[in-house]
Design a protein around this ligand. Sequence first.
Ligand code: ACO
Ligand code: LMR
Length: 257
Amino acid sequence: MTSITDERGDELMYSGVRISEIVEQNRGIGGVLGLLWFQRELPDYFCKFLELCLIVTADHGPAVSGAHNTIVAARAGKDLVSSLASGLLTIGPRFGGALNAAAEQFSAAFDSNKSPKDFVVDMKKKNEYIMGIGHRVKSLENPDARVKIVKDFVRTQFPRCPLFEFALEVEKITTAKRSNLILNVDGAIAVAFVDLLRESGLFSREEADRYINMGILNAVFVLGRTAGFIGHYVDQCRLDQGLYRHPWDDINYIMPH
Ligand code: ACO
Ligand code: LMR
């Protein structure tokens, strides 16, 4: 069974909308994701938010886990798909794959009328990280411009953003402990998406929860960062870089005896 696309007729259709109509109406990749992921035509601000997420997640330099793996594989002579796969396989709970868990944690706390403080205290008691919080290089002193871009869009374009505001209150508490415990780009997109699904009027609450539980939020980072990983593959080929071997002086050899 499939319910999102039909290529059998004279013209390809995404969720019943002819591909020529999608192009003529300039719906963009956001409109395509609406049809292929959410099986519906989405309003302009929703499509623009999807595209904004792809833009801000596209890349974050060669040092991050996934870009590093893509680069190492490319320099080992692997093909594009293999190098891309190597990078994508690093996406997980600590890097790029925290969106879904962040959405679930933040919305569970918010829905149970927990205060931001109680949420932070409870997570600490459970010795669990708050997903969507924390960054290795971004902090209050070195803010992440991507998060500000998402915050400004949410505050100006969304009907309401109660969970985003809750997350910002949580961030005030976590950054009081350590300045790198900011609402990171995973967390910002995650809570914004929950507000979008809940407040847009396009999804029932049950649908909104179902999409989040499916893992659709992590898909946003995967799709966006695929663009950056491909860029790093192409860049290494263009630079004609040889095999990568990590320098000994950067490895701490701690032999058992
Ligand atoms: N929630 C609560 N406390 C945290 C968190 C968190 N998310 N992250 C770190 N801390 C605390 C730790 O408990 C520790 O406290 P302690 O000194 O009292 O024991 C202290 O901060 C240092 O912990 P580290 O793990 O060493 O911090 P680091 O800076 O290396 O962690 C990281 C950065 C990996 C991003 C971490 O914050 C984390 O795992 N966050 C949750 C997952 C997440 O959101 N990842 C997405 C990152 S952005 C992206 O990938 C696009
Ligand atoms: C990213 O988008 O890859 C970053 O936020 C993670 C990092 O460590 O820079």
